[in-house]
Design a protein around this ligand. Structure first.
Ligand code: PCA
Length: 199
């Protein structure tokens, strides 16, 4: 079974496109978990669920408004640093995710191959070199660290604003939730094939 995570809305948005897309993909071999946009707490919830479910693969997702496609992330960094508060009101500047942890951790599923699999469905996608320094990066780093001594493929995929958010962001790229779901499903299918997962 594959664990697919997303986040609740944040930053004044009423929806999170990753949450809408992930919820639409729920089925027997895909378990979903919607995380709070909070440093530390979201990462702990993801790690707890991984220990409980022992999934064959973990795909974490979140919104990256302003991006022009679906963006598999290559690296997570050991840094929390954003002027934006998380949903609990906490602001972190230059704090580590994990004291003494490695500076960065690389996605355990090839970001390039995931981007190509999504593009093959006719959906814009490209690799991102960094998951940012906010809560998505916190979760990506923590999940990769949790799984570092296993062979479980894991990583993070950011999605752009969805069309429901376009009125608030008239100049930003937006994609339908249907296409975001299709893109994430292409990622799931690619990971199943590439890692020979029999779910
Ligand atoms: N995106 C934010 C946090 C939650 C989400 O969906 C981020 O990129 O860090």
């Amino acid at each position: 079974m594959i664990l697919l995570t997303a986040f609740e809305p944040f930053g004044g948005e009423s929806v999170n496109p990753a949450e809408l897309a992930v919820r639409s993909l729920e089925e027997s071999s895909i378990r979903t978990l919607i995380l709070p946009v909070e440093y530390g707490r979201a990462a702990r919830m993801a790690a707890d669920e991984i220990r409980r479910l022992q999934p064959h693969a973990v795909i974490c997702t979140g919104q990256a408004g302003g991006r022009k496609g679906i963006t598999p992330e290559k690296y997570a960094f050991n840094l929390r640093s954003s002027s934006s508060p998380d949903n609990a009101g906490k602001i972190c500047l230059d704090d580590p995710v994990l004291s003494g942890g490695p500076e960065k951790l690389e996605s355990r599923f090839g970001a390039e191959a995931i981007a190509k699999a999504i593009q093959r469905k006719g959906i814009p996608a490209y690799v991102s070199e960094s998951a940012g320094r906010f809560v998505c990066n916190d979760v990506m780093y923590s999940v990769l660290y949790e799984l570092k001594d296993t062979s479980v493929p894991a990583g993070f995929i950011h999605v752009p604003f969805c069309t429901e958010q376009a009125a608030r962001h008239p100049d930003a790229f937006a994609m339908s939730v249907g296409d975001i779901s299709k893109g994430l499903l292409a990622a799931v299918e690619h990971i199943k094939t590439a890692f020979g997962l029999d779910l």
